[in-house]
Design a protein around this ligand. Structure first.
Ligand code: NAP
Length: 279
């Protein structure tokens, strides 16, 4: 059994990105990311300042727009339109969740897909679906990195994704399919979930139910990616019962320190890509 060290993998990628950003600057382009935070959700505020810090560390210029919870949908969309037109901004991220009554699907649709570094625009999802080049949502992109870091061959393997959200489950399933895995997507109405998971060579759990995936769900020798992050008594818990799964899996991500550190790193990678393509 081997623990996949998302923190170390992420740090290695950030070092590379830093060099690539410096090289792009020499050519006259400074990658720019705009982040929009609406309202005062404390968790979102922490995520946004982590993104700001990460940009600064590798030399990406970030501009954070902090708006009140009373911001109207029209003025939010106006801001997005002005960022779409801003040549110094290569990536635009709207921090979710948005306070009610703002409609995230409508707001996200205002982002130019060529600046959609979070990968949540409907056009970006369509590009992924048909296999066209486009931004890959950050967490799924990070998950694929972690799976590939194990060196296992993905092609022909049984991959099971538990969770079908637009942000994680569905894009991960498409990415695995793109690598020629045989993919099963499970959700809250799936029957015999334990038996389906126990047949997975690659198991991705993106549920949000701490410890639900016990040892019985794990095929001996599987690669197990735990996306879940739920606070239990002040501590982050994954969807996988680590102490049981670790004895059966060949490779497993811990929580914290697995998928989490990869998400912002992939945002940086997407922003650099946007600056290269459209800078
Ligand atoms: P979500 O939108 O709430 O989706 C959860 C999915 O799990 C749904 O598809 C749901 O099925 C399924 N599900 C719920 N209960 C289930 C059950 N008992 N059996 C089987 N499937 C069940 O969540 P998400 O945004 O995808 O996030 C999932 C988890 O990943 C959360 O803990 C979140 O905090 C975490 N996350 C972590 C990162 C990171 O960077 N580390 C990033 C994103 C998300 P239905 O569709 O049938 O309801």
């Amino acid at each position: 059994m081997s623990i996949i060290d998302g923190k170390a993998i992420s740090a290695g990628i950030r070092e590379e990105l830093k060099k690539e950003v410096a090289a792009l600057k020499v050519q006259g382009t400074v990658p720019g990311l705009a982040v929009i935070l609406v309202g005062d959700d404390p968790a979102s505020a922490v995520y946004v300042s982590n993104k700001e810090k990460a940009c600064e560390e590798i030399g990406i210029r970030s501009a954070v727009h902090r708006l009140s919870a009373q911001t109207s949908q029209e003025s939010l969309i106006e801001l997005i339109k002005s960022l779409n037109a801003d040549k110094a901004i290569h990536g635009i991220l709207v921090q979710l969740p948005l306070p009610k009554p703002l409609d995230p699907l409508v707001v996200l649709r205002a982002v130019n897909p060529d600046k959609d570094v979070d990968g949540l625009h409907v056009v970006t999802a369509g590009r992924l679906f048909v296999g066209e080049k486009g931004f890959i949502p950050c967490t799924p992109r990070g998950i694929m990195h972690l799976i590939k870091s194990t060196g296992i061959e993905i092609s022909g393997k049984n991959a099971v994704v538990v969770g079908r959200s637009n942000m994680v489950g569905k894009p991960v399933a498409h990415l695995l399919l793109g690598e020629n895995a045989t993919v099963t997507i499970c959700h809250s109405r799936t029957r015999n979930l334990d038996a389906i998971c126990a047949n997975a060579d690659i198991l991705v759990a993106a549920i949000g139910r701490p410890g639900m995936i016990t040892g019985d769900y794990i095929k001996p020798g599987a690669v197990v990616i735990d996306v879940g992050t739920t606070k239990v008594d002040g501590k982050l818990k994954g969807d996988v019962l680590f102490e049981e799964a670790v004895n059966k899996a060949a490779f497993i991500t811990p929580v914290p320190g697995g998928v989490g550190p990869m998400t912002i790193t992939m945002l940086l990678a997407n922003t650099l890509e946007a600056a290269r393509m459209y800078g």
